[in-house]
Design a protein around this ligand. Structure first.
Ligand code: ZN
Ligand code: ZN
Length: 782
C-alpha cells in the first residue's frame, strides 16, 4: 500500500474493512477545434492549454453545433472548458457584429462562490471582445444598467433570474434577443425541492426567450450522477445529450472503508461514533504530515470533530491551531480566512460540512476522511475527489457510522465501487410550486394553452384552481395576472430561511440554523455547540428569526422530542401486492410538534425531561405508505403486541436505507408508523417527503419498493446487536426517543413486505383508489 495508507495503522488493522485501489486514469487529448476564437485559443495557450481532454472537446463540439448537452465527469476534470469554448467564442465573435451584441451568454451557478470562481477565470483569460460581469443581489444599481446594456457574458444564479431578470425582462430585451448559450453549472445541485423550483424557473425563462425569438443552446455541467442526461432533460424540459467519458488524467486513489472499534461506555458496549473515530484519524493523519480534509454531516458534528482532533494534537505536543472547523453557517470573513490558511498550508487539517461540495476550490489535499456515509454515493465520489489534486497519490477513508446504511455499505463494498450513483430527483410537477411559478409566468407574459408544452399536463388544473382562488383571470386569449405589480416572489431555496443565533450579551451573530430545524435545534433550553464553544439557548423568536444564547457549558446535552399525526388523502396509486399488503402513493398531511426535550449526560443517561410550548407545524406533502393485514402479519410471526415496535423499527430502517437508492438524505424524508390508523383501520407505515408538495423521493421509493425493503431487511437482519442499535433500527432524529423498537419484529415485517413486493405479478397495473375518511391520528414520529 502507498505511503499515505501507512499513516493509518496499517493494512492489518481490524478497523480496515475494505481497501480498494482506484487506478490512475491515463489522459486522452485532442487538438483545439478549428472554430475556437483565435483570441481565446491564444489566451488558453498562454495558460499552457493547447489540447483538450476528449470529454471537453466532445461537449464543446456538441454545444457549438447547437445540441443541448450535459457534461458529467469527475471532480477537477476541467468541465468548464466544455462550455467556455463555445460560449466565449460566440461572445467574442458576436462582439464584431454591428452594435457589438451579436451573441450573449447567460451563466448560472448554484452558489456565489462558484460564480465568482468562473468570473475570475474568464477575467484571467481576457479574451478580446468578451465583456463579462457578475450580476447578483450585491451588484450596485448603476452597474446593473451597464451590464444589461453592454456585457455579453452575464454570470448570475437562478435566484436572480427568478426575482429580477424574468419579472423585468423588457429591461433585458437586447441581451435576451442575442442569447446564444445558457450555461448551467454544477447542475447536480438542483435536486429535491430546490431543483424542482429551478426547473420551473428555467421553463419560465424558455417561455420569455420565445417571445424574443431566442432559442439558445443549453450547456449543463454536473458532477458524476446516475443518468445525467435524464436529470438535465428534466431540469430544462428538453432533450439533452450526455458526455460522460472522462478523458482527464487522475491520480491513483487508495479508498478505505473503515469500521470504528467497539468501546466501553457508561451504559455498556457500543461502537465509537464515526465522528469520534474521524477526529482521531484527522489528528493522526495530519500528525504524519498528511494534509487532510474531514467531511462531517452535521454542523454540530464539524465543531466537535475539529475540537477533538485539536485536543488530540495538543496532547501529543503539537499545535491545535493547525486544525479548524468550516461549515455553512459561518460568517463570510470567517470562511475566507479558513480557505486562505488551507491554501497556504498553515492549516493542516479541516473538518467541514459538505458546503465544500459546491465548487469552492481547495487544492493540495492529500487525504479525505468522511465521517459516515455522506448521504449520497455521488457525494462520496465528489468528496473523495478532493484528495490528490496535486497529482500525487491520494487517500480516501469512509468511516462507517452506527446506522443501517453505513453497516450495509461495510458488508457490501460493491455499493461504493461497482454501483451506479443514485438518481438525482426533481419534481417539476409539484403542484404547489407550479402554482407560484404560473403566477410569476402570467405576470411576465399571459399564459396560453400552448404553454402546456412547457409546463406539462399539471398546468391546466393548477390554472383552474388559481382562477377559482382569484389569483389569475381567465380571458379568451389566456390566463392573466390581474395586477401591475408582480406576485410576491417566493424563495427558491427551502433551506434559505434561516434563524440567526445571537449571543445575548454582546448582540453578536455567532451563526445560523435552517428555519425548518430551528424548533429541534435551538428551542429554549437547548445546548448548542459553535466553534468548539458551548452555548445555552435562552429564547427562540420565530417571527424575528432569532435565537438568543448565552455562553457556558452546563455539562449535559439536549435532545428535542416531538409528536406527529398523519392524514392520508385519496391515493394517486394504490395496489394490493400479494396477501395482506397494500402499497400506496399520494398526498398526505403530517402534523408535528416539538413537545419536550431531554437533558442527557455524556454517558447517555437522561437526567431530566422538560415540556416545551412551541407552535405545531403542518406539512402537506407526498408520501408512500403501506398497510398490512394484522392476521397475515400474525401468520408471519408478528403478534399484535409486537406490532408497534416492529412497525416503528421498520420505518426507521427504511428511512435510513432510502438514500442508497434516491439522491436524498435521511433528513429530507420523514416517517410515521402506527399499529392502527383510523383511516385505513390497519397497521400503517408512512414515509414522506420533508417538503411541502413533495420533492419526488416518495414517488421514486414507491417504484422501487422491492429493492428498497429487501436491502432494508438485509441491513437490519445482518446487524449483530441483540435488540436494536443505531446501525440497524435506531434513528438519530426520532421524535419518540427510539421507543418502542422491536428489531426482530422489524426483520419479519420487512420480509413480509419485501416478499410481496418482489413476487412476480404482484405489481398490479393501474391505480385502484380508495376513499378514506379524513381524520387525524397520533402515531409514532420517525
Ligand atoms: Zn443493531
Ligand atoms: Zn421514531
Amino acid at each position: 500500500m502507498a505511503a499515505l495508507t501507512s499513516a493509518l495503522d496499517g493494512p492489518r488493522d481490524p478497523r480496515l474493512r475494505h481497501h480498494q485501489r482506484v487506478p490512475a486514469r491515463v489522459a486522452r487529448s485532442v487538438a483545439l477545434p478549428a472554430w475556437v476564437d483565435p483570441g481565446l485559443a491564444m489566451a488558453l495557450r498562454g495558460e499552457g492549454v493547447d489540447r483538450l481532454w476528449t470529454h471537453q472537446a466532445q461537449a464543446a463540439e456538441a454545444a457549438w453545433s447547437g445540441t443541448h448537452v450535459v457534461i458529467a465527469t469527475g471532480t477537477a476534470s476541467g468541465k468548464s472548458l466544455g462550455y467556455l469554448l463555445p460560449a466565449l467564442t460566440a461572445a467574442a465573435q458576436g462582439a464584431h457584429a454591428p452594435g457589438g451584441r451579436g451573441a450573449t451568454v447567460l451563466y448560472l451557478a448554484p452558489t456565489k462562490a462558484l460564480g465568482a470562481d468562473q468570473a475570475a477565470r474568464i477575467g484571467a483569460l481576457a479574451v478580446p471582445g468578451v465583456r463579462h460581469a457578475t450580476y447578483d443581489g450585491d451588484t450596485p444599481s448603476d452597474e446593473r444598467r451597464w451590464i444589461r446594456e453592454h456585457a455579453n457574458v452575464v454570470l448570475t444564479n437562478p435566484d436572480l433570474v427568478h426575482h429580477s431578470l424574468l419579472p423585468r425582462h423588457e429591461a433585458w430585451a437586447p441581451f435576451l434577443r442575442a442569447l446564444r448559450f445558457v450555461v448551467i453549472d454544477e447542475c447536480h445541485a438542483y435536486r429535491g425541492i430546490f431543483g424542482s423550483t429551478v426547473a420551473l424557473v428555467l421553463r419560465r425563462l424558455r417561455r420569455v426567450l420565445a417571445r424574443y425569438r431566442a432559442a439558445p443552446t443549453f450547456v449543463l455541467a454536473s458532477a458524476t450522477v446516475a443518468e445525467p442526461a435524464e436529470h438535465a432533460s428534466t431540469l430544462i424540459g428538453m432533450a439533452v445529450a450526455p458526455v460522460t467519458d472522462d478523458g482527464s488524467p487522475r491520480a491513483g486513489l487508495d479508498f478505505v472503508l473503515w469500521e470504528p472499534p467497539v468501546v466501553e461506555t457508561g451504559g455498556g458496549q457500543r461502537r465509537r461514533s464515526a465522528a469520534a473515530e474521524s477526529a482521531g484519524l484527522l489528528a493522526s493523519l495530519t500528525g504524519a504530515g498528511v494534509q487532510t480534509l474531514t467531511f462531517v454531516r452535521s454542523r454540530a458534528g464539524v465543531e466537535s470533530v475539529a475540537a477533538a482532533a485539536g485536543r488530540a494534537i495538543a496532547v501529543a505536543g503539537g499545535d491545535a491551531g493547525t486544525i479548524a472547523a468550516y461549515r455553512g453557517g459561518y460568517l463570510p470573513e470567517e470562511r475566507r480566512e479558513l480557505e486562505a490558511r488551507l491554501r497556504s498550508g498553515s492549516l493542516r487539517g479541516l473538518a467541514a460540512t459538505n458546503a465544500l461540495e459546491l465548487g469552492i476550490d481547495i487544492h493540495g489535499l492529500d487525504a479525505v476522511v468522511m465521517a459516515g456515509w455522506p448521504g449520497r454515493l455521488a457525494s462520496v465520489w465528489q468528496q473523495a475527489g478532493r484528495a490528490g489534486r496535486r497529482g500525487g497519490d491520494a487517500l480516501a477513508v469512509l468511516v462507517a457510522n452506527d446506522d443501517p446504511l453505513d453497516a450495509y455499505v461495510l458488508d457490501h463494498p460493491e455499493v461504493v465501487f461497482d454501483a451506479p450513483v443514485e438518481r438525482t430527483i426533481v419534481n417539476p410537477d409539484n403542484q404547489r410550486l407550479l402554482a407560484g411559478q404560473l403566477c410569476a409566468a402570467a405576470f411576465e407574459r399571459p399564459i396560453t394553452e400552448a404553454d402546456e408544452a412547457i409546463f406539462g399536463p399539471s398546468m391546466e388544473p393548477v390554472l383552474r384552481d388559481l382562477v377559482a382562488a382569484g389569483s389569475l383571470r381567465r380571458r379568451p386569449t389566456g390566463w392573466f395576472w390581474p395586477l401591475d405589480t408582480p406576485p410576491e416572489p417566493a424563495s427558491l431555496r427551502a433551506g434559505d430561511k434561516v434563524v440567526a443565533i445571537v449571543e445575548e450579551r454582546s448582540g453578536r451573530v455567532i451563526g445560523t440554523v435552517d428555519r425548518s430545524s430551528a424548533l429541534l435545534q435551538v428551542h429554549p433550553g437547548a445546548v448548542h455547540l459553535h466553534q468548539g464553544t458551548t452555548y445555552v439557548v435562552t429564547d427562540l423568536d420565530l417571527d424575528d428569526a432569532v435565537a438568543k444564547v448565552v455562553r457556558g457549558d452546563p455539562g449535559w446535552s439536549t435532545i428535542a422530542q416531538s409528536r406527529a399525526a398523519f392524514e392520508l388523502a385519496e391515493p394517486r396509486s394504490a395496489a394490493e401486492r400479494g396477501d395482506g399488503l397494500r402499497w400506496a402513493l399520494g398526498e398526505v398531511i403530517v402534523r408535528s410538534q416539538v413537545v419536550s426535550f431531554q437533558r442527557r449526560l455524556p454517558t447517555g443517561e437522561v437526567i431530566g425531561q422538560h415540556p416545551l410550548s412551541l407552535p405545531a407545524q403542518e406539512l402537506r406533502t407526498e408520501g408512500v405508505w403501506w398497510t398490512m393485514d394484522p392476521q397475515a402479519l400474525a401468520r408471519a410471526g408478528i403478534a399484535p403486541e409486537a406490532l408497534p415496535g416492529a412497525a416503528h423499527a421498520a420505518e426507521h430502517a427504511a428511512i435510513g436505507m432510502l438514500p442508497l437508492f434516491a439522491a436524498c438524505d435521511r433528513w429530507d424524508i420523514g416517517g410515521v408508523s402506527t399499529a392502527e390508523h383510523p383511516q385505513t383501520g390497519l397497521p400503517t407505515i408512512l414515509i414522506y417527503d420533508g417538503f411541502p408538495g413533495g420533492a419526488g423521493y416518495a414517488a421514486y421509493a414507491h417504484t422501487i419498493g422491492d429493492e428498497w425493503l429487501t436491502a432494508t431487511r438485509e441491513a437490519v437482519g445482518r446487524c449483530d446487536c441483540a435488540t436494536g442499535c443505531p446501525r440497524c433500527v435506531m434513528s438519530p432524529k426520532c421524535g419518540n426517543g427510539n421507543n418502542p423498537l422491536d428489531k426482530h419484529g422489524a426483520v419479519r415485517l420487512l420480509e413480509f413486505c419485501a416478499a410481496r413486493l418482489r413476487a412476480p405479478g404482484s405489481r398490479a397495473t393501474g391505480s385502484r383508489a380508495t376513499t378514506m375518511p379524513a381524520d387525524g391520528q397520533v402515531g409514532i414520529a420517525g
